[in-house]
Design a protein around this ligand. Structure first.
Ligand SMILES: [Zn+2]
Length: 462
C-alpha cells in the first residue's frame, strides 16, 4: 500500500512532456507512475490540475535581514506555499572562513527549513579560495559564487586575478563543479552610480537602471567567459538582466562555448515602468520593456537555461521605498510568487509549459548535481510534487505569502496559475494556501560523480 497517491492529474515531466497518470509515493519517494495504482493510506485528487516536479529555485539569499536561522524557517515557508521544494542558497561570509559557519547553516536547514537545500558559498578572500576543496570534501559543496561587481556597503567586488584563481580552484574539483558569477564590471557600475547621483538626486525606478548599465553586464560576461575558458571552469551566469548581456551569451553559444545562464522571475514578470516603483528596486535592476522582451525570447529559444528568484527578503521598514532612487535598498522577496509569476507571464508570452517547467526544475537540478533525485517525476525520485490549478486567479498580497516580508514585488497584481498543494518528501506540507504539516527540509550534500552520486535519502533527524 502506498503512503500517498496523487490521482488523476496531468503530469508535466521535463524532457518527456505531459501525461495523465497517478503518482504513488512511499517513504518519501516516488514508487510508481501509472493508472490504477492500488490502495493508499492517503489520496490527493488532482483532477483538472497539473502535477509538476517540486520547483528548484537555485538562487536565493537567506539571513540578510534577520538571523539566518529565522529566515531559514520563514522564507522557506513562503517557498513551500508557492510550490518551491528545493533552494540553492548563496551563503555570505565576507571575511571569515566558511568552516566557522557551515555547521550552523547546515543545522538550520536540517531543523527549521520547509524545503531541501544546497549551498553556494560566496567567495571573497584568497583564504576562502584555498579552502574550496575543504568545503567540497566536508560539506558536499560543488558550487561557489563570485561577485565581479559588489554592492556598496553590502558585498565587495573581486578583481579579475582573484576570479581566475577562484575559477581554477573550482575547476580542479571536477567537471561537475560550478562557478556562479554576478556578471557586472565593477568600475563601470561604480562610475555610473556616482554619475547618476549627481545627475539625478531623485528619480524613478526607470532611472535606477542607469546605475547598472547593460554594457557593464555584457562586458563582464565576456570577461568571465574568457577567464572560465582558460581555467576550464563551468561558468554559471546568475540573474541575466539585459538585452546586451543576452547578445553576448548568444554569440558565445554560437562560437561553441558551454556554460549556463539564469534569469529570474522578477526580471521576467516586471519592468521598470512598474507602478510598484522602488518596491522592486534590485541589483541588477528590473529594466525597460525591450530587455524584458529579450529575456523572454532567450528563455523560449533555450539561450537562457534556468530561472530562479534572487530572493532577498526585506520588510517595508528596511526596504524603505520612500527613500527613493538612491535610498531605497535593493533586494526583494520572490519565493512565494516564483511559480505563479512564471506560469502567468509565460502563458502571456506563449512559452510552452514544458519549457517553463524545465527551466525551474530539471535544468537547474542537472546543473547543480541533484538530478534525478530532484527536478523530475520519476520512479526513485524524491516525492517532491506541486499540484497547480492552472486557471486559478489570485491577487498577490505580500502578507499572505507567509514569509517574513510585508510586501511583494508583484503586490496587487492578479496572477493566473497557482499551486494548490505542495508535497515535499512524500508529505503534503502546503494545501490551499495553508501550511498543513511540519517542516521536513534537509540539506543536500553533493558528491563528485563517480564517488557517491546517489545521495541516500536519510530521514530528517528527530
Ligand atoms: Zn543574488
Amino acid at each position: 500500500m502506498f503512503d500517498l497517491v496523487v490521482s488523476d492529474g496531468t503530469l508535466i515531466i521535463p524532457g518527456m512532456g505531459r501525461c495523465a497518470a497517478d503518482v504513488g509515493v512511499t517513504d518519501g519517494r516516488i514508487m510508481a507512475i501509472g493508472a490504477d495504482l492500488g490502495p493508499a493510506k492517503q489520496t490527493l485528487d488532482a483532477t483538472g490540475r497539473l502535477v509538476l516536479p517540486g520547483i528548484f529555485d537555485p538562487h536565493t539569499h537567506i539571513g540578510n535581514e534577520r538571523s539566518y536561522e529565522e529566515e531559514a524557517e520563514t522564507e522557506t515557508r513562503a517557498a513551500i506555499l508557492g510550490g518551491v521544494t528545493t533552494i540553492g542558497i548563496f551563503l555570505r561570509s565576507m571575511e571569515d572562513s566558511y568552516s566557522l559557519h557551515l555547521p550552523a547553516f547546515r543545522h538550520a536547514m536540517d531543523t527549521r527549513s520547509y524545503v531541501d537545500s544546497v549551498f553556494h558559498p560566496q567567495i571573497f578572500t584568497s583564504e576562502q579560495i584555498s579552502e574550496i576543496p575543504k568545503y567540497a570534501e566536508e560539506f558536499g559543496i560543488r558550487s561557489f559564487k563570485f561577485y565581479m561587481s559588489g554592492l556598496p556597503g553590502i558585498v565587495k567586488s573581486i578583481t579579475d586575478d582573484v576570479l581566475l584563481h577562484g575559477f581554477r580552484t573550482v575547476a580542479a574539483l571536477g567537471p561537475d563543479a560550478i562557478a556562479c558569477v554576478h556578471c557586472e564590471t565593477g568600475v563601470l557600475v561604480d562610475q555610473a552610480r556616482e554619475a547618476l547621483k549627481l545627475r539625478k538626486p531623485e528619480g524613478t525606478l526607470a532611472d535606477w537602471a542607469e546605475a547598472h548599465p547593460p554594457e557593464a553586464e555584457a562586458l563582464a560576461i565576456q570577461t568571465a567567459l574568457y577567464l572560465a575558458k582558460i581555467a576550464g571552469a563551468h561558468l554559471y551566469v546568475v540573474h541575466l538582466s539585459s538585452r546586451e548581456g543576452l547578445e553576448v551569451v548568444r554569440a558565445a553559444r554560437r562560437a561553441g562555448a558551454r556554460f549556463t545562464v539564469e534569469t529570474t522571475t522578477p526580471y521576467l514578470g516586471l519592468n521598470s515602468d512598474d507602478p510598484n516603483g522602488f518596491l522592486i528596486k534590485m541589483v541588477p535592476p528590473v529594466r525597460a520593456p525591450e530587455h524584458h522582451d529579450a529575456l523572454w525570447a532567450g528563455l523560449a529559444e533555450g539561450t537562457i537555461n534556468t530561472v530562479g528568484t534572487d530572493n532577498t527578503s526585506r520588510c517595508l521598514a528596511t526596504k524603505q521605498p520612500q527613500a527613493g532612487l538612491h535610498g531605497a535598498r535593493p533586494g526583494l522577496p520572490a519565493l512565494g510568487t516564483h511559480l505563479p509569476a512564471l506560469l502567468h507571464y509565460g502563458r502571456e508570452r506563449g512559452v510552452s509549459l514544458e519549457t517553463l517547467v524545465d527551466s525551474a526544475t530539471a535544468a537547474p537540478a542537472k546543473i547543480y548535481g541533484i538530478y534525478p533525485q530532484k527536478g523530475t517525476i520519476a520512479v526513485g525520485s524524491d516525492a517532491d510534487l506541486v499540484v497547480v490549478d492552472p486557471d486559478l486567479e489570485r491577487v498577490v498580497r505580500g502578507v499572505e505569502l507567509l514569509g517574513m516580508s510585508d510586501f511583494s514585488p508583484f503586490e496587487g497584481k492578479t496572477l493566473r496559475g497557482w499551486p494548490v498543494a505542495t508535497i515535499k518528501g512524500g508529505d503534503i506540507i502546503a494545501r490551499d494556501f495553508k501550511i498543513v504539516a511540519p517542516a521536513n527540509g534537509r540539506y543536500l550534500p553533493r558528491r563528485a560523480p563517480g564517488r557517491a552520486a546517489d545521495v541516500p535519502w536519510v530521514p530528517r533527524p528527530a
